[in-house]
Design a protein around this ligand. Sequence first.
Ligand SMILES: Cc1cc2nc3c(=O)[nH]c(=O)nc-3n(C[C@H](O)[C@H](O)[C@H](O)COP(=O)(O)OP(=O)(O)OC[C@H]3O[C@@H](n4cnc5c(N)ncnc54)[C@H](O)[C@@H]3O)c2cc1C
Length: 382
Amino acid sequence: MSASSHALVIAGAGATGIASALAAARQKIPVLLLEKSAQLGGTVTGTLIHTLGGFFDDRGDVLNPGLSAELIERLVEASPFTCKRRIGKTWVLNVDPTIYQQVIGNWLNEYPTINIFYQTGISHATINTQRIDAVTVIGNGQSRTLNTLAVIDATGRADIVRSIDSRLVTEGSALAGLIVQLGGVSSDTLDFPKGLALLRHIWKAAENHELPPECATLWLDNGVYPDEIYVKFSFPANNYDHAQMLTVVNLLLAFLQARPGFANVFIRCQGQLGIRDGGRVHGDYTLTEADLKQGRHFDDALCRAAWPIEHWHPEHGVSLDYFPPGHRYEIPLKALKVGGLTNFFVAGKCFSAEPRAQASARVVGTCWAMGEGLINAHFGKS
Ligand SMILES: Cc1cc2nc3c(=O)[nH]c(=O)nc-3n(C[C@H](O)[C@H](O)[C@H](O)COP(=O)(O)OP(=O)(O)OC[C@H]3O[C@@H](n4cnc5c(N)ncnc54)[C@H](O)[C@@H]3O)c2cc1C
């Protein structure tokens, strides 16, 4: 892309950034998608999220048309193991994160107007009369300045907002998570009541110091393949010690190997530390817990959401606050506007919301719908 042409610049190729890029490409808007890491997919592929929430309401109907519905179709088409799954009062899409990554990679490749740059970020934004006119981009040892149509901070941690004015960001406070895929497990291992008994056995072993304390709050979930389960650890983000967690996972593996159904268990993949709340911006409007509970409608609504308030409180642990049956709420454009700038937005899990509102709106399906809704609202739906 030449320095003189204008592009939509999106920082972050997670759920939100990808949805925005696809929506813009469909409107023939040139896109520069900048990703700090070396891979696509953000938290879903990095942390290994296999239960994608926020795509369906409590009846299992798709909440938002457009890219969300199309993504579901593409994921189902790509693998016979992708399926809609009931968990408690919610519906999720059960999907292998590797399949998700392949599907979004192929999808983005359909659009030559989307230019993806890995290990690249924004080092400077040139602001004139309440607009970001240009950004300086650094990656792979190169730096260049590009003209912008608009800029979207979809970094999940409000990195671009921080670089403009760090006072516009409140640090996140939710528990972080580490997810491990185990293979070689008997398919009925987590069936009720066996799964619950196994969990209790693990928690008890942690209490008795037969397992490390990190195992005292872990959770087990069926995976995507019949021989697979996911182990989910949670802890405060600043307590994370990678080497220590490798030891914990290996001790757990040895413990499980002695249990029925686990003789052949192995680690299929260990995710990176997952940050549920990497900081939220103070936007033109802050979405509140009361807005969610009232099912508030907004004139500038971008999308619908219905996921319960799944709050991973740093001291009290996880709580799930369900809405009444059929309940929905909306996310307004003004909660994505920040700093009085007319062509700058922050979308995805770091948008402007109270902690307990973010605890619902951060799920993958809502991030997809938010990313697409933002493009349609700002550029007009074609
Ligand atoms: C442990 C854990 C479990 C979860 N479980 C579920 C679940 O079961 N179901 C569900 O629906 N949701 C779940 N979530 C939430 C959900 O996965 C995330 O909230 C959602 O994927 C966030 O999407 P995003 O696009 O806002 O950000 P991300 O997916 O985090 O994407 C941000 C991207 O920006 C990149 N980036 C960061 N800084 C920069 C920069 N300066 N420049 C360029 N790129 C940058 C990152 O590398 C990343 O690729 C979970 C989250 C965690 C942490």
